[in-house]
Design a protein around this ligand. Structure first.
Ligand code: ZN
Length: 171
């Protein structure tokens, strides 16, 4: 019999693998996000340990299934489009971290990311935390995200932002 994960992920193309928590535990629950369009599969699947399955408000699910440790807690399989992923990154951490609102730039992601990059650069200059600080790592990946978006490669930009999302956990 196929597992819940196999059933939910069957015939679907994964667009991003995200790590949204720093938790060493294996998942015991699989939270299922709402479908992007009616009649399609869930927008995302989040793997959570017992404690985290009681929280993580940024990821409201429509259903939770039991999981037998198939992934680390905090792993998210995301099936959304690049534009939707960018919006998700903005909502969950980029706007709270930098104050940059995508609406202020008419949803032009290259400009949104450039502005966020400037805010982070200013912060890095103020903090001067050394070259191996998490903020410096994030700036490296933000630079890549900016270049990708400027070249209209939003998919590549989401990959870079996925790293930034995980780094943001330790800022
Ligand atoms: Zn956990």
């Amino acid at each position: 019999m196929p597992t819940t994960l196999q059933q939910l992920a069957a015939h679907r193309e994964l667009s991003a693998l995200r790590a949204v928590l720093e938790c060493p535990l294996k998942a015991s629950a699989l939270r299922e996000g709402a479908a992007v369009d009616s009649g399609t599969g869930p927008a995302w699947l989040a793997f959570l340990c017992p404690a985290h399955s009681e929280e993580l408000p940024g990821w409201p699910g429509v259903q939770t299934h039991a999981d037998n440790g198939s992934m680390r807690c905090g792993t998210v399989l995301d099936y959304r489009s690049a534009e939707q992923l960018l919006q998700s990154h903005a909502d969950l951490w980029l706007t709270p971290l930098t104050g940059v609102q995508p609406e202020s730039f008419g949803g032009v992601w290259s400009e949104v990311l450039d502005q966020a990059d400037r805010v982070l650069l200013d912060r890095a200059e103020r903090e001067a935390g050394g070259e191996d600080s998490p903020l410096q790592s994030m700036l490296t990946m933000m630079g890549l995200a900016c270049r990708s978006a400027a070249e209209d490669d939003l998919k590549q930009a989401t990959v870079a932002l996925g790293y930034c999302e995980t780094i943001a956990l330790s800022l």
